[in-house]
Structures are given as structure tokens and as C-alpha cells.
Design a protein around this ligand. Structure first.
Ligand SMILES: O=C(O)CCC(=O)C(=O)O
Ligand SMILES: [Fe+2]
Length: 194
């Protein structure tokens, strides 16, 4: 895995901060195919307003501690070597430690992620989420809970995006469907579970 020299951009939003490194991982094509074949992908369940649905994307989860996401309990799972390597890179660049990762595989523009905040209590006071992107970029929409402020970033193939500060308390984020996008994207979202 080759890392090009990082040059972070910082976006100071009202009540939150994003740190973005556009070109971090240079062999992202190879990594995208390795991630597709080597990880344990499944269509997850989500519970919304008391009803169970299948996630409109594939996902995988690895971590040292159990994690409850959208009311579904994920059990501890050992780190595959490739994810361990990527975690090491993300930790070194960001300066944070992570002990779990949620992977999302959007196989086309028909796959999406609804607006949400990563604010489960076990993620701590001001959760830091570090996200690597591989493949076809998709706009990531941020909406402030005040109903006014909005921000969109389209993380590039091979980029790292850090969500920091109180952002998960004040903002929600998500990925919309798009008829125009046919390519696939994988995001790896590293978290620390207390
Ligand atoms: O794939 C993305 O860009 C968003 C992922 C995300 O928000 C999450 O995993 O919580
Ligand atoms: Fe999220």
C-alpha cells in the first residue's frame, strides 16, 4: 500500500469540523477489488420507526467490541490483515485510535444511505469517524439540525475524511440515490467504541 504525502483541507462548519485528505491512497483500484473479495459483506437489517428493513447497500463490520447500530447488535470479529493495515494508516495520519470499522458497499447509484448521525452512546461524547473512500465518488450530504445549514463533499477515490468535534450532535449526513451513477463505491468508516 502506497501513501502519497498528505495535504489536509479543513472545513470548519458551524458546530463541527471536517478534515479531508483528497489523495491519500494511491493503489485504490487494487484495494477496491481486494476489499470486495476479502471482506464478509452482507445486506444488513435496520430498524426504522419500529419496522425492519434490509439496508439499500452491502455492509460489513469488524471490531474488538460489540456494537449496536440501528438496534442491531454486531459481535466482535478479528481484523483481516488488509483492514488492519488500512486502520494503521488511518491512525497514523489522523492521530486517533480506532477499534472498529463499518464498511459500506454501494454497488451502483441505486444504493444509498439515509440521513443519520453516528451518535450511539458507546461512541463517546464527540465521536470521531474516519472514512476511507474507494471507487466511484458519491456526494456526501450534511444537513444541520437547525434546518438551515447544508454542506456537501464528494470524497475522492483514495481519500480520507475525518468527522470531528460535536458534528454528530448537530448534523446528520447521508448518501442519496442517483440514476446517473453506475459505478461502485466502498467506504470504510473507522470508529472508537468505548
Ligand atoms: O459512505 C459514506 O460516505 C457514509 C458512510 C456513513 O455515514 C457511515 O458509515 O456511518
Ligand atoms: Fe455515518
Amino acid at each position: 500500500m502506497i501513501i502519497s504525502s498528505p495535504n489536509p483541507e479543513v472545513f470548519e462548519l458551524p458546530d463541527g469540523r471536517l478534515r479531508y485528505i483528497e489523495h491519500l491512497i494511491t493503489d485504490s483500484d487494487t484495494l477496491l477489488s481486494r476489499l470486495k473479495t476479502s471482506l464478509n459483506w452482507y445486506q444488513g437489517d435496520v430498524c426504522l420507526f419500529g419496522r425492519n428493513y434490509k439496508t439499500p447497500r452491502l455492509q460489513c463490520w469488524y471490531g474488538d467490541k460489540a456494537y449496536t447500530y440501528s438496534k442491531v447488535r454486531l459481535e466482535p470479529t478479528p481484523w483481516p490483515p488488509l483492514l488492519q493495515q488500512l486502520k494503521n494508516v488511518v491512525e497514523e495520519i489522523s492521530g486517533y485510535s480506532f477499534n472498529s470499522v463499518l464498511g459500506n458497499w454501494y454497488q451502483s447509484g441505486q444504493h444509498n444511505m439515509g440521513m443519520h448521525a453516528d451518535n450511539e452512546p458507546e461512541l463517546g461524547q464527540n465521536p470521531v469517524v474516519a472514512m476511507l473512500t474507494f471507487g466511484t465518488p458519491r456526494p456526501l450530504q450534511f444537513r444541520h439540525r437547525n434546518g438551515q445549514d447544508r454542506f456537501t463533499i464528494t470524497p475522492a477515490d483514495g481519500s480520507l475524511l475525518l468527522m470531528e468535534g460535536p458534528i454528530q450532535h448537530h448534523w446528520r449526513h447521508g448518501i442519496n440515490k442517483s440514476k446517473k451513477i453506475t459505478g461502485e463505491r466502498i467506504s470504510l468508516t473507522f470508529r472508537f467504541i468505548f
